[in-house]
Design a protein around this ligand. Structure first.
Ligand code: SAM
Length: 321
């Protein structure tokens, strides 16, 4: 995806080879991308994951304030969980693991606010359950693993992943579980296929790799499809916050939908870290989410900003009147 102030490099390869694309944005780079070769493995547990997953946990908890079940639709599910020891290995080139500047920064903290401590407790429980006895984190849960850990018997997971190897890994760990459906397919089709659910309640996460120029228009269509089928669906969209143009994309995509929408953003203006910021837009935010999101954003800004200098913002894109 071409972004204002961004530079893109790519190398052409023969069919079947790994493609590495880097989109560098501002002083750092947001995500390694490139068609179906995007691997979240290399980014697992980074700052963006911490923010996205901490907010996802708040959203799931909010959905669960009602006894009635709901379906969690994860349009870009990834492999479900990640071995951080493998993140350092890389595929064809040495890669710096990103988790030390992400979940690594909060791993030993016992003084986190409750909104964030809840997420970290879940990550620690996942790590321990997978057998890690070392002091540093090893096994990091992706969005499917967090959702499964939190799911009640009446909740369902609809997980979509297009990359065959990633989907195979997802299936081997999550397949066959009660209330879990896995599709190796384009996740932008998930809202049309999975909504409206029998429960009439849904939480949709769109966590795209932002690799294509038309990513925002596909997100817009998926959101339109979701809200046409279930106007009260809670939809969360992760996005890189790296240039003004991107913030404009968020508003241009979300505002016309005409539903209450909140944007939670953290910018690391002068950070040496790879990410310069990211956001999560939430359409139809559940009651109480705004206050919790403010708590998460403020805590993360203090932890991740160089000298505590990160900027956290929570703003209504469409006010809830
Ligand atoms: N949501 C995951 C989590 O939080 O653990 C991380 C997902 S990762 C950022 C994006 C994933 O989307 C990658 O695994 C990639 O293979 C997959 N992907 C890319 N395009 C897709 C599409 N059109 N439909 C479904 N999955 C796609």
């Amino acid at each position: 995806m071409r972004m204002s102030g961004a530079s893109t490099t790519s190398r052409r390869v023969r069919e079947g080879e790994t493609v590495d694309y880097e989109i560098a944005v501002g002083p750092g780079n947001a995500r390694s991308v490139g068609g179906l070769n995007y691997r979240h493995q290399f980014h697992a547990g980074n700052f963006a994951d911490v923010m996205k997953h901490a907010l996802l946990v708040r959203l799931i908890r909010a959905m669960q304030r009602k006894d009635k079940g709901f379906v969690f639709v994860d349009t870009h599910a990834g492999r479900g969980e990640y071995d951080l020891a493998r993140a350092a290995v890389g595929d064809r080139r040495a890669r710096q693991p990103e988790w030390p500047d992400g979940v690594g920064r909060i791993w030993d903290r016992r003084d986190l606010p409750a909104e964030l401590a809840d997420y970290l407790d879940l990550v620690r429980a996942h790590d321990r359950a997978h057998g890690n006895l070392a002091p540093e984190p090893r096994f990091y849960p992706g969005s499917p693993a967090l959702a499964r850990r939190l799911a009640r018997p009446q909740d369902r997971l609809s997980l979509w992943e297009l990359q065959p190897a990633e989907c195979a890994a997802l299936r081997s760990e999550f397949g066959g579980g009660a209330g879990v459906a896995i599709e190796e397919a384009d996740g932008y089709g998930a809202p049309r296929a999975a909504l409206p659910p029998p429960e009439r309640r849904a939480l949709v996460l769109i966590d795209a790799p932002f690799e294509d120029a038309d990513e925002w228009s596909r997100i817009r269509q998926a959101l339109t499809d979701a809200l046409a089928r279930l106007p009260a669906a809670v939809c969360a969209v992760w996005y890189p916050l790296t240039a003004r143009a991107l913030s404009a994309d968020v508003a241009a995509t979300i505002v016309p939908l005409g539903r209450p929408a909140l944007a939670v953003e953290i910018a690391l203006p002068s950070s040496p870290a790879k990410l310069t910021g990211c956001g999560v837009a939430v359409i139809n935010p559940p009651w109480g989410f705004e206050g919790e999101a403010r708590g998460v954003a403020a805590a993360l800004a203090a932890i991740f900003g160089p000298d505590g200098a990160a900027e956290a913002g929570v703003r209504w894109l469409v006010p809830d009147v």
